[in-house]
Design a protein around this ligand. Structure first.
Ligand SMILES: [Zn+2]
Length: 307
């Protein structure tokens, strides 16, 4: 088995691993101005995707330009999240040299998509592939690649502890070779319950003192986690930005979250911001919590100046 890193090694972003020049694992992009993409110009026979975060899927549509139509294997949530991210990238960078794909490539995603659940072995580019729940975001997977002689485990991002949204991974498949994410491998986190308690206390204190709390949160995974924490601690909140659409998507996959009922309660506890009729200005004047993608804090949005 010949393994080549096209990005993501010694850096965060644009993860891409090419196996034997034929099987591509992930194809991400690194945000920045301009964004950056994996090196080389791979022409894989099949693509297997670990999870729907930008640094693992951001450049996927560009694999469908020209005549190439490799099948793309992923879980159902990963498929949907990839499309949301691709549309967002197009909105931000479309028409510029910074965007390696157009609407046409995004539309082709559904033609080549093949979805699989956890622990259902399937074939791709002549390999036997199995997904295992990685406990990172809904639909996230460890990817086990077996060529009959060597078993390669590509972990993707994973989480071993329980979160409100997801249970930690317990999968430990046998492998000869492991490619692992290690971004926080040398960091000790405080116990989850302590962190949540501290967060809830600080939010309640701020509101009680007359403040407005803006919680910057990535749309995928983090926003849903914060909504669950708010509900669990009786904190009302608003959610703004891409996190709204992602929350609706995640709700469609009850089998891919820890407690679908809790997520339903968290979603109804959160009010979705439409932005109509000066709604943001009114919300910013209230003593409340607003969960929003961090990108929205940097623009002229009135929420950006809410103290
Ligand atoms: Zn991730």
């Amino acid at each position: 088995m010949d393994v080549e890193f096209l990005g993501g090694a010694r850096e965060i972003g644009r993860s891409a691993v090419l196996v034997d020049d034929s099987l591509l694992l992930d194809y991400g992009m690194a945000t920045g101005n301009p964004p950056s993409f994996p090196v080389g110009d791979p022409d894989p026979d099949a693509v297997v995707v670990s999870h729907g975060h930008l640094d693992h899927v951001g450049a996927i549509p560009s694999l469908l330009s020209g005549d190439a139509r490799p099948p793309i294997h992923w879980t159902p949530p990963t498929r949907d999240l990839t499309r949301v991210l691709a549309e967002d990238t197009l909105k931000l960078h479309g028409g510029s040299y910074d965007c390696p794909f157009t609407e046409a490539e995004i539309a082709r995603l559904s033609q080549v998509s093949e979805v699989h659940g956890y622990r259902e072995t399937f074939s791709a580019a002549g390999y036997e592939i199995t997904f295992f729940d990685a406990g990172h975001i809904p639909g996230s997977a460890h990817v086990l690649v077996d060529d009959g002689e060597t078993r390669l485990l590509y972990t993707g991002d994973f989480h071993t502890g329980d979160q409100q949204l997801l249970s930690g991974t317990t999968a430990r498949p046998d492998a000869d070779v492991v490619i692992t994410e290690s971004t926080y491998s040398d960091v000790d986190h405080d116990p989850r319950a302590t962190v949540e308690e501290r967060f809830a206390e600080s939010v309640k204190t701020t509101i009680w003192e007359g403040g407005t709390v803006v919680v910057p949160a990535f749309a995928i995974g983090r926003t849903q986690e914060i909504l669950l924490v708010c509900e669990a601690h009786d904190v009302d909140c608003y959610v703004d930005g891409m996190g709204q659409r992602v929350t609706r998507i995640v709700r469609q996959y009850p089998d891919f979250v820890r407690d679908a009922d809790a997520l339903r309660r968290a979603k109804s506890n959160a009010r979705f911001v439409t932005g109509r009729d000066g709604q943001r200005k009114r919300i910013a004047d209230q003593n409340t919590v607003i969960v929003t993608t961090s990108g929205m804090l940097g623009n002229e949005d009135p929420l950006a100046v809410a103290g």
